[in-house]
Design a protein around this ligand. Sequence first.
Ligand SMILES: [Zn+2]
Length: 70
Amino acid sequence: MTVYQCPKCSLKKDVANLSIKIIDGKIVCPETLCKCGKEMENIEGDSGMPNIIRNESSIGKGILKRMKRK
Ligand SMILES: [Zn+2]
């Protein structure tokens, strides 16, 4: 569980799973956007990195290993 808080209106939100969207070349997590439109900040939790990025990097490492073997 990761807790996010809006710096503007101090609204807190527990985010269990982050989804990532790329809008205009920027990484956006819709779950961390506050109702006021401000992006919430990670205030609690083991990592600020969304799981999906960790998964992608481990897939990337696997591809690199396979490329080195050839
Ligand atoms: Zn807010």
